[in-house]
Unconditional design. Structure first.
Length: 270
């Protein structure tokens, strides 16, 4: 909670905490911060995504996102997201190019690299790891923010027929409606506790993701060679070597960059 409350820009945050009736001392921690919360509750729910969705209904804030109890935000994340959405009305959702991972004690130990997101790549499995396919990595929930208007347009709910991959299924609906803009700074931190659901149930999560994609692309990928070429080309382009790739084979995706000239964010077509 401290990684959120102590941030620049927190005065614009409707901070909602949904606890599923835990008895591990979490309630006492929440109570110690309750004067800074829009809403909080501790009671049994029908599962994590039911709780998150109920939490979204406790606020009408325009910019949305959520953290799981193990995760943290980078110290600059809130203000960065606010600045991007304030300055770029055409941007509907963003995710970080550098999702981070931390040890149990919160010390960051790794930053992954996810060069960019495009619709064809997403629907052909580019953002599913441990599938045996060429991959650019997961779109990570703790590093992703979006406008409420996009949430509403995409249905305003999670797909509760899924047990684990409700976030991935939400991205599938988002990218059908709007480009995902990649931000070249870390925003979120996934903290390994050893018993994280995403770790313990990794294979089950992956299998649900595949089922989600089969709604859009019955055979995944449609072209394995094309997918591999696109993933490689994205990485080259993100590292400044896009000139080595045939322009006709370079995937197109959106990024957001900050200009020191006018001290504003700008959309870049990569």
């Amino acid at each position: 909670m401290a990684s959120i409350i102590n941030q620049r820009g927190f005065d614009r945050v409707d901070y909602v905490v949904m606890d599923a009736g835990s008895t591990d001392g979490s309630v006492e921690i929440i109570e110690s911060h309750q004067e800074k919360l829009q809403h909080w509750q501790s009671e049994p729910d029908d599962g994590m995504y039911h709780g998150v969705e109920a939490g979204f209904a406790k606020s009408d804030a325009e910019i949305m996102g959520w953290l799981n109890s193990d995760d943290m935000l980078a110290p600059w994340a809130i203000q960065t997201a606010l600045d991007i959405f304030d300055q770029l009305p055409e941007v509907q959702w963003i995710t970080s190019r550098y999702p981070m991972q931390a040890r149990k004690d919160g010390l960051v130990m790794k930053a992954d690299f996810m060069p960019g997101v495009d619709q064809w790549g997403f629907y052909n499995g580019e953002h599913i790891k441990s599938s045996g396919l060429p991959t650019s990595g997961w779109i990570v929930q703790d590093s992703t923010f979006w406008r409420r208007s996009l949430w509403d347009e995409a249905g305003g709910t999670f797909d509760h027929t899924l047990s684990l991959a409700c976030d991935f299924e939400l991205w599938a609906r988002f990218i059908e409606k709007a480009d995902c803009h990649v931000v070249p700074v870390p925003l979120g931190i996934y903290r390994f506790q050893g018993d994280n659901k995403a770790v313990v149930s990794r294979d089950e999560y992956r299998d649900e993701c595949v089922k989600v994609l089969q709604r859009y692309t019955p055979i995944i990928p449609e072209d394995a060679d094309r997918l591999g070429e696109r993933v490689f080309a994205k990485h080259l382009g993100a590292f400044g070597f896009g000139h080595l790739v045939d322009p006709a084979r370079m995937p197109k995706y959106k990024s957001v960059v900050f200009s020191h000239g006018d001290e504003r964010y700008h959309v870049v077509d990569v």
